[in-house]
Design a protein around this ligand. Structure first.
Ligand SMILES: [Fe+2]
Length: 197
């Protein structure tokens, strides 16, 4: 089944809103331009629970092995952040995001999902925090990737002077993102996976 481009958001809360029920275990929905045997292998349709390391490997390999295909898909929009869903299985969702200089997310967590991202081009700043911990800052350059568990909340911003794009994965898929006005508001208890729909 193909995936249509999600509507552009009117508010941060519309980001990552579930757009379809997850496929059955063993099946995968892929972006029409990326319906390739390699991605069908990498996305492991039979895998339900992904570790942060597996997610990081997924976004890293998609970024490094499908670079040309991703460059044919990616757009940048100075008015609004742009993204496209690349794939969805019962266990994982995969997205391509772009960031013009100054574009970024509010502070948020992933509703109990583990996640990862890898930089396709440009660079991103990540301000992240685990509950009750300090806010830390990390700069992710081209080719860099990070995987994290459900306890990590963050704010991601392109603070450079050039466009950036990145590939993101989350497991379980389609959990609602939770936004915070400030990283300091992140709750002490990480969200639980019982929110799976
Ligand atoms: Fe995030």
């Amino acid at each position: 089944m193909s995936i249509t481009q999600p509507e552009k958001p009117t508010s941060p809360q519309s980001e990552y809103t579930p757009t379809a029920p997850v496929p059955a275990l063993g099946e995968a929905e892929l972006h029409p331009a990326l319906d390739l045997p390699l991605l069908r292998d990498l996305i492991h349709p039979d895998r339900l629970n992904w570790t942060p390391r597996e997610l990081r490997d997924l976004t890293g390999l998609v970024t490094s092995e499908l670079t040309t295909d991703l460059m044919n898909i990616v757009h940048v929009d100075e008015q609004q952040r742009w993204w496209a869903k690349l794939g969805l299985t019962a266990g994982v969702e995969l997205w391509l995001l772009s960031w013009t200089p100054g574009q970024g997310t509010p502070a948020h967590d992933h509703g109990g999902a583990s996640g990862s991202f890898s930089v396709l081009f440009g660079a991103l700043r990540e301000d992240y925090r685990y509950a009750n911990g300090p806010t830390r800052t990390k700069h992710h350059d081209l080719g860099a990737g990070v995987g994290f568990g459900p306890g990590r909340a963050h704010q991601v911003t392109n603070v450079s002077s050039v466009n950036s794009a990145s590939v993101h994965a989350y497991s379980p898929p389609l959990l609602p993102v939770r936004y915070y006005a400030d990283p300091a508001e992140i709750p002490a208890v990480p969200p639980q996976r019982s929110e799976v729909k």
